[in-house]
Structure formats: structure tokens, C-alpha cells
Design a binder for this molecule. Sequence first.
Ligand SMILES: Nc1nc2c(ncn2[C@@H]2O[C@H](COP(=O)(O)OP(=O)(O)OP(=O)(O)O)[C@@H](O)[C@H]2O)c(=O)[nH]1
Ligand SMILES: [Zn+2]
Length: 382
Amino acid sequence: MAKKRSKNKPSRVQFRKRYQGRVRDGDLTRQFNSGETESLADAVKNERVSGKGELTRKRTVAGANADRPTEADDKEDPTLISGRVICAHGLSNSVLADDGRRFDCAIRQVLKSISIEGRGTVVAGDRVRFRAESENTGMIEFVAPRHGVISRQSRGQQHIIAANVDHLLIVTSAAEPSLKPALVDRFLLTAQQCGVNPVIVINKCDLIDCRKLQPLIGVYASLGYRVLLTSAERGINIEYLRELLRGKQTALSGQSGVGKSSLLNAVQPGLGLAVASVSQDNQKGRHTTTTSTLIPLQGDATGAVFDTPGIRQFQLWDITAEEVAGLMPDLRPHVGHCRYSNCLHLTEDDCAVKDAVADGKIDPRRYDSYCHLLEDDLLLSR
Ligand SMILES: Nc1nc2c(ncn2[C@@H]2O[C@H](COP(=O)(O)OP(=O)(O)OP(=O)(O)O)[C@@H](O)[C@H]2O)c(=O)[nH]1
Ligand SMILES: [Zn+2]
């Protein structure tokens, strides 16, 4: 009789132990002296937004800050300006107000105190409310809760590089360089892990007979992934891509030379160039490679693209071999039916995943990707 998947999952305590305080709530965490941790989103909610935390405590103890706004006040406070963070640089953050003005903003101390080592209090893509202090400077008072967070691992900690990412374009090319579905599978896993909606773009479709791609596209489409065949060179599906980007914050990932800049230039002349120069800047400094920049689309109040080296090649962050199958929509339904609750679906007997591959329910190539990821990467580093 098959065992239930839930037995395979680590308990909350084991989970916390495993990540040693780095509780992955999809957000930054801070650690109290007691050893407890709290995500940035929760901290902001508890302390800043509800006004029940630090601010309120300060107010009652010292009687100070009595005029501090609560969230409701913030939203109604006409002196605060709404905008989004274009580039986060610690002390000076570039913020684009919804009315199109640019401000250099500092961050209010209480927001800083809830991040780890002051890093990542705000990141590119964050929706913020700030108080203008001059024509072009201001103070960020409020950071809205995030969705679609892209992070990377840095010295064992999660480091957010972009927030509120609506779409992740996984850009590949049909040829030159050749299509690497295993790489697409990795990016799909990362997108799943980050809670970002992926779109697979196969560029340079002018170089091959696209009918050859039908089986591959069929597999992805059957898993619910959107696949777009494009040619930046011939202008194929560029209008569709433009529509996809409209009003959304989109991140691009993919190997060098697949045509990311060319696609952006086809959508909006000069956009690829703007992106390339930002990427260059990022590559110059060793510590700035994680800094991402949001580049607004012309004539589109809310549409913008992120493109930094950090996102282009972004890696799975802190994933365990046991978690991978659960992040793959084709493997996931079968994992609970294996004989062993800790089955890795590689060499074990009575493995429901391998049975599903044999029965044609899982595409063998996808299973192959899974095996390579575990054997060549995740299990080797153990
Ligand atoms: N045939 C063909 N060539 C293309 C297409 N799109 C881009 N290219 C060419 O592919 C090469 C690489 O394009 P880029 O846009 O620089 O690629 P990228 O992904 O931005 O590369 P990196 O900046 O290195 O990450 C250039 O020589 C482009 O002219 C296409 O649709 N068809
Ligand atoms: Zn199995």
C-alpha cells in the first residue's frame, strides 16, 4: 500500500532546523535575540502597517511619534507619494513616482531595522509610498507586501534581487545556440520556487523548421506552460510579446546569445541597449551583481522589464533533492504513491514516478532532466 506524501515532508521543526533560521517564507527574515525569526513581510505588517509593533511601543513608552500615521492614515495621507523602486542602492534608492517624477529616496529607520544587516529593505520592483523632501529627494515610509520575488543565495542567505515580478521570460533559441530543454526545465523550477509566472520564449525560429519543435512545445503546453515562438530578426510574434509585457513587470532570463536584447529592441527600439548598459554596470563591481534595475517601458505607465546578470542566470536557491519532484507539475501527482516515503525516484524499487514514465504518463525527457539535476548537482554536493 502506498504511503502518503505528507509523511515525506519535514515537520515545521525539522524544516526550521534544516534552514537554521532562514525560514523561507518567500521573503527576508530577521532574527530576534530569542532566536525566533520573522519574515520581512510579517514584520512590516505587524510593526509598520498595523502600527501595533515598534512604532506603537515607542509611542506608549516615550509618548513620542504620536503623530505617526497608521496604514490607514498612510493610504489616505495626501502628502505621501506612490511609486516604485527602480534601483535600490541602500542609502539612495531611485524611485519613479506614479506621476512620472524621479526621486532619490532614503529609507525610514524602522524599515531598515527589520532587514538583515540593512540589506534588501527595498528592492527593485517594490511598490512604495514616500514623503517628498525636496523636488527630487524623499523618504520611503511604506513598502507594500510583495508578490513574485526572485532571490539568489549569497553566503548562505536568501537575497532578494527583484520584487513584484509578474512574468519571467525564459528565453531560449531554436538554434545558435542550440535549444537546451534541460536548462528550460531548471528555469521553470526556479520560477515555480519563486512563485513567478513563467513564459517560455523560443527565439530565432527563423533558423529552423519549427514543426520539429512541436513535440517539445506539446509537452510544455500540456503542463500548462505558455510557449511563444519568436524571431527578433523577422519580427515574428513581437506584437504578442509587446502585449505580454504591457502593464506588467517582467524579468528576462536565458543564456547569452539567445536574443534577449534583440527581442527587447524589437518590442521597443533602444530598450535592449538600455538593458545592456545596465547589465554592464552591474558586472563591473563585484558586489553589485545582485543590484537589479527596473526599466520602464515607454508610453506604458506600469510596464517595465528587469534585466540583470543576476536574473539572467539565476540559480535554484537552496533547494533539496527531495523537493524537486514536488516542484515539477508532471512528477508531483505521482510522488505520493511510491513505496518509500523518502523515494528520490532514481534507483528505488516500486517507484510510482518511474512507473509513470514507463506508462507514458511522464515525458521521458523531463524525467531525464530531473535525474540529471539530482545526480549531477544536488546529490553531488552532499
Ligand atoms: N537569426 C536570428 N538571429 C537573431 C535573432 N535574435 C537575435 N539574433 C542574433 O543573435 C545574436 C545575439 O543576440 P542578443 O540580442 O545580443 O542576445 P542576448 O541574449 O541579449 O545576449 P547577451 O547580451 O550576451 O545575454 C545577435 O547577433 C543577434 O543579431 C533572431 O530572431 N534570429
Ligand atoms: Zn519514487
